[in-house]
Design a protein around this ligand. Sequence first.
Ligand code: IVH
Length: 717
Amino acid sequence: MKPITDLTSVEAGAELERLAREIAEHDRRYHGEDAPTISDAAYDALRQRNAAIEARFPELIRPDSPSHRVGAKASEKFAKVLHVKPMLSLDNAFADDDVSDFVARIRRFLGLKDEAQLAFTCEPKIDGLSASLRYENGVFVQGATRGDGSEGEDITANLRTVKDIPLRLHGKPPEILEVRGEVYMTHADFAGLNKRQEATGEKIFANPRNSAAGSVRQLDPAITAARPLHFFAYAWGEVSEMPADSQSGMLEAFRQLGFAVNPLIRRCLTAEEILAFYREIGSARASLPYDIDGVVYKVDDLDLQNRLGFVSRSPRWAIAHKFPAEQAETVVENIEIQVGRTGKLTPVAKLKPVTVGGVVVANATLHNQDEITRKDVRIGDHVVVQRAGDVIPQIVRVILEKRPPHAVPYEFPILCPVCGSHAVREVDEKTGKQDVDVRCTGGLICAAQAVERLRHFVSRNAFDIEGLGEKQIDLFHVTGLIKEPADIFALKDRLEELKAIILEERKRQSAERAAKAGKAVTPPREDAKRTFKEVDNLLAAIEARRKIGLERFINALGIRHVGETTAKLLARRFHTYAALAAAAESENGLAELTAIDGIGAVVAEGIKDFFDEKHNREVLAHLLNQVTPEETAAVADVDSPVAGKTVVFTGSLEKMTRQEAKARAEALGAKVASSVSKKTDLVVAGPNAGSKLTEAAKHGVEVINEEDWLRLIGSGA
Ligand code: IVH
């Protein structure tokens, strides 16, 4: 190929035309057919040559140039997979009492007599990431992540590379079988991987779970294949014919079909046996080759599981018994104040780095001024820190015996450390009580608040833009590239600046790394290439978010008191952004908002204040020029003969307990009330029903017996 400096303008034009066509064709093969015909490196080389020619002949840049089109390699990411049976999470138990309560609760719900036996399957809780594997006629056809439980990502190609996952099942599998379980990495493999990553200057993973998750979500299955992953089966989704009628039977069936099932699983009959299992696994924990963060107990009988059903997102028939948080001792080297997006000042203890439960901890939150006073944490103190699951590390207590003599009580600042405005504790008008949080009064002039809002905007449950994390937001904010959310979507028009900034940062980082390791700096040409790719990926990820679910959009705005849950409520109530804004800006907005189940006065005021603020409306207008929040579909009503009806149960029921009857009725969309009124639609009466029957007669409410009820809801008597 001719050096670019030797190209004539005519030659350059011809080559740009050829490159545009060729790159478009490779994009099509890669995305559309999942069948690229050239290596990533060769593809990158084509794009680089295109860019270099364009840099020398900017007047020849074509309207169809691949450099405009940011939909390059990474744009597609993973396809979505809908889970026909949702992937649920588990309730947690921490103390022994929680476990006895769990067992007692189930016995009560099912109305079991004291002597009746109730079996549980007890399983180690593997600390990896869950996946759902779909087999049709015994052949692995699709693998998905859990995602939000209803919708995951299609990671079939990656899961095919996991050796524990059979591509074809043994024996006689059901026609359709979705096996669910945990993808995990062993300690030894994790250590080996990190060593290799370090040697090649790649990302170091914090723990085996993160590295398993990172490996499974690789866009290039070849990378996943090189990562040593394992899989344990423990649950299922859609199954055409059930091979067993118990949890333990299902696990045995999975084993025979060719899956790895955890060998430590045990069937237990009483709370005592369960707790003995918990302690055994707890002592074996440190010597297991993989991470576990607790044990899981599941009612063994599947009929009983069905009767027990679910409470919101977790089954009533299972619970995760977590191991206690791991603790370690270290020293508080400093106390720093972070300013959040709502101006809240949060004290953070800067710790002498210490390993807690396999993760290096260098920061711990101190929550607020009162918390520091209560624990009397001082700079220089020896402290006990702990990590519990995903929770931010916390300081459990100060080791007073080791307090250095010069340590003085910490004085909370009265000025915002970022913008210098006054920092105050607000007083609640109604109660007259002081708020626990100290807030910066600087509002929009405070850079910390602006940055935090942007960080929140791109965070996981908001816009979730891959490659645009906190570090990049900080960088783009200080360099003036991004001042408000809309600017993110205009980055593509500032390509040269963006590249220069990232390249500069990359150089700074490699210089820093090299200095640390006492090695030579990576040649800048290599940096330029990686930067090019990074920018390309980033812009693609941004483009992918121009359309966004209304829930995420609302959550991203960072309205005070409005998080994921409230965002969901608002999206379901208003369906479109326009309807929400109209309601919030209207005169009786507060009333309209508080009418929503789950939204109280404080939250409603937060929403109204947000929309009343002129600056916010401007920022929103800019943003809406760039992105389109999608309409939220109306939630389909439960299709059942009792949906929307108000039902009262009275007298003793024979087929099930009152609690179970209530749960089932509610699952079918009915409202269960405890007393009869003119609003009642139906009374279900068992023997010994008393005054409620008289009430029913008075209001002319229909009365049926338990058998009729069961027939009505279609579960036979
Ligand atoms: S059962 C309907 N069993 O824990 C219940 N989960 O907090 C579905 N996990 O998302 C889960 N080991 O990632 C189950 N033996 C086990 C498990 C297990 C690990 C994880 C799984 C799940 C999370 C629930």
